[in-house]
Design a protein around this ligand. Structure first.
Ligand SMILES: Nc1nc2c(ncn2[C@@H]2O[C@H](COP(=O)(O)OP(=O)(O)O)[C@@H](O)[C@H]2O)c(=O)[nH]1
Ligand SMILES: [Mg+2]
Ligand SMILES: [Zn+2]
Length: 302
């Protein structure tokens, strides 16, 4: 086969992949071999294309980062690959609730992307709130077009993805950065919500991905990713090395951290542990042993 071309997957619909090439956007399919191996491309993947009509994807380059979900039937689905920066978007309107970001923060830590909290709708609130999160913050307004702070966090050639609940302004941010009305704005959740992921090359020289609907997905993360996302809670100030800071007597963390963050930590930690046990009997046994030790330590005077 002569001269393969390098391309990037922008979106996927069934067996068709829209890819960016030097000649522009093209529709490609995967080779039977990749299909047989079940090595299918994800949005954001760099791939090799044949110069045929239609072009065929023959190989997928190794991924630098990976956003995954656990599939309802077991196994794991790759939602997006090669994301450098995870923009965790919050709206500074009446709906403002930074704790909604915790879940995305865990997913970002798990993927390998750098998280940045984006406080959108800054036009509605002259004074910025202080956040308990240990993550860089960019205050912007998609409405007025004041998005300069986003550019500070992405280098040319890098890829950023937008995470956040419906209504925080993700589509407005995409349209502003693109200088065109590409995404539908203000659509009713559950009806016309953008459900497909689409990678967009921006005039500024970096790539942007709108990640709709991630909140509802089963968390696919390790305990380590949860701990990284809640550094102030998982630091080892507690007398129990593996403390969950729930009802362990003598827990030294429970009373010293933001209660909303702690509640959020517990919920995500439980969900994460459950998902892990479900696909790993060895982990299930380890969890049981861990609790035995904690209960034993509780019985000792200490
Ligand atoms: N005041 C204000 N409103 C905004 C801003 N960005 C978006 N909106 C509004 O917020 C609503 C939801 O925006 P949309 O982009 O659809 O949010 P998405 O669901 O996250 O994609 C729309 O009515 C937008 O006009 C902003 O910076 N300031
Ligand atoms: Mg939207
Ligand atoms: Zn504790």
């Amino acid at each position: 086969m002569c001269s393969l071309e390098r391309a990037r997957v922008l979106s996927q619909a069934h067996e068709l992949y829209s890819v960016a090439t030097v000649q522009g956007e093209q529709l490609a399919q995967v080779t039977g071999r990749l299909r047989f191996l079940d090595e299918l491309p994800a949005v954001g993947d760099w791939v090799s294309l044949t110069p045929t009509d239609p072009p065929l994807i023959t190989a997928i380059e190794p991924r630098t980062s990976c956003f995954t979900r656990t599939s309802p039937g077991g196994g794991r689905q790759i939602l997006a690959a090669n994301i450098d920066v995870a923009f965790l978007v919050c709206g500074l309107d009446a709906d403002f609730n930074p704790n909604r970001l915790d879940r995305y923060l865990v997913q970002a830590r798990q993927s390998g992307a750098r998280p940045v909290v984006v406080l959108n709708k800054a036009d509605l609130r002259p004074e910025l709130p202080r956040l308990a999160l240990d993550v860089p913050v960019a205050a912007v307004s998609a409405l007025t077009g004041d998005l300069a702070a986003l550019h500070h966090h992405v280098q040319p050639g890098e890829t950023a993805a937008l995470f956040g609940s419906s209504g925080v302004g993700k589509s407005t941010i995409v349209n502003r950065l693109l200088g065109a009305d590409r995404q539908a704005i203000g659509v009713t959740p559950g009806r016309h919500v953008t459900t497909s992921r689409q990678l967009i090359p921006l005039p500024a020289g970096w790539w942007l991905l709108d990640m709709p609907g991630l909140r509802e997905l089963a968390l696919d993360a390790t305990a380590g990713a949860v701990h990284q996302a809640f550094a102030e809670i998982s630091s080892d100030q507690c007398r129990y090395r593996d403390c969950r800071h729930e009802d362990e007597p003598g827990c030294a963390v429970r009373d010293h951290v933001d209660p909303a963050r702690l509640a959020s930590y517990r919920k995500l930690r439980r969900e994460q542990a459950y998902a892990e046990r479900k696909d790993d009997p060895v982990a299930a046994r380890a969890e049981k042993e861990r609790w035995k030790k904690i209960h034993k330590a509780m019985r000792k005077p200490g």
